[in-house]
Design a protein. Structure first.
Length: 226
C-alpha cells in the first residue's frame, strides 16, 4: 500500500525548517554585526553604518540589526503549527518577544533613515520607511488581536508579521538569486539601477499582496439560511 500523503502541517513545518536553516547565516551575521557595533558605538572612527558624533543613529542601526536577526528566527518559529497547538504557552511568550523585537527593529531602522538616510537616496528612504511602518503596525495589531482573543484576526495579522519580519532576509535572498541569474543586471553599487529601484519595495510589498489574496480566498463563506 502507498503511504498516505503528508499532512499540510507537516509539509509546512518542513518548509519552515528549511527556511530557518537557510536564514541562519544571515541571522548570525546581522546579530554579530549589531553587537559589535553597539560595543563600539561611541567610537569616532566612521564605518559604513557608524557615523562620528551620531550616537542616536548608531544606536538605531545596530539595534535594528540585532533584533532584525532575532525576529527572523522567532517569526518563522511562530508559524510552526505544532508549536502553536502543543506548546501554546511557548507560542505566547515567544510571540510577545517577537512583537517587541519587531517594534525595536522598526524603530531602529526608522531612526537611522531619519537621521542619516539610506545609500539609495529618496526612493530607498521612502520604501524602507514604508517597510518599517508596516512592520510596526503588524506587530501592534498582532498583539492587540491576541489580547482581544480574536483568533481569526490574530491569525491574519500574525501571518502579515511573519512575512514582514523575514523581509530583511528575503531582501538578500532576492538579490542573491538575481545576481546568480543575471550577474547583477540593472543593479549598481549606489543602488540606482532599475532592479534596485524595484527592490525598494520589492522585498516585502509583493509578498504582502499575495498574502492578502490568499487571506481573501481563505475566508470561510457565510452560511446561507432558508
Amino acid at each position: 500500500m502507498e503511504s498516505p500523503p503528508a499532512r499540510p502541517s507537516k509539509r509546512l513545518t518542513a518548509l519552515i525548517a528549511l527556511a530557518l536553516l537557510l536564514a541562519l547565516p544571515f541571522v548570525a551575521h546581522s546579530v554579530t554585526q549589531g553587537v559589535d557595533g553597539l560595543n563600539g558605538v561611541e567610537q569616532r572612527e566612521p564605518t559604513r553604518f557608524r557615523h562620528p558624533d551620531a550616537l542616536l543613529s548608531n544606536l538605531g542601526i545596530f539595534t535594528h540589526m540585532i533584533f532584525g536577526g532575532v525576529i527572523t528566527v522567532l517569526a518563522l518559529l511562530q508559524a510552526v503549527p505544532h508549536i502553536r497547538t502543543r506548546w501554546p504557552k511557548l507560542h505566547r511568550i515567544s510571540g510577545r518577544i517577537t512583537v517587541v523585537g519587531a517594534l525595536l527593529t522598526a524603530l531602529g531602522g526608522l531612526i537611522y533613515i531619519a537621521t542619516q538616510g539610506t545609500i539609495g537616496g529618496v526612493g530607498m528612504n521612502a520604501g524602507f520607511t514604508l517597510y518599517g511602518l508596516l512592520l510596526a503596525a503588524a506587530a501592534t495589531m498582532t498583539y492587540r488581536t491576541a489580547r482581544a482573543r480574536n483568533r481569526a484576526a490574530h491569525r491574519r495579522w500574525g501571518l502579515r508579521l511573519v512575512w514582514l519580519a523575514i523581509g530583511s532576509w528575503l531582501y538578500r535572498v532576492q538579490y542573491g538569486l538575481w545576481y546568480a541569474l543575471t550577474g547583477g543586471a540593472g543593479s549598481t553599487e549606489a543602488f540606482t539601477g532599475p532592479f534596485d529601484q524595484v527592490m525598494f519595495v520589492g522585498f516585502f510589498l509583493p509578498h504582502l499582496l499575495l498574502l492578502e489574496l490568499y487571506l481573501r480566498r481563505d475566508v470561510e463563506p457565510v452560511p446561507r439560511h432558508g
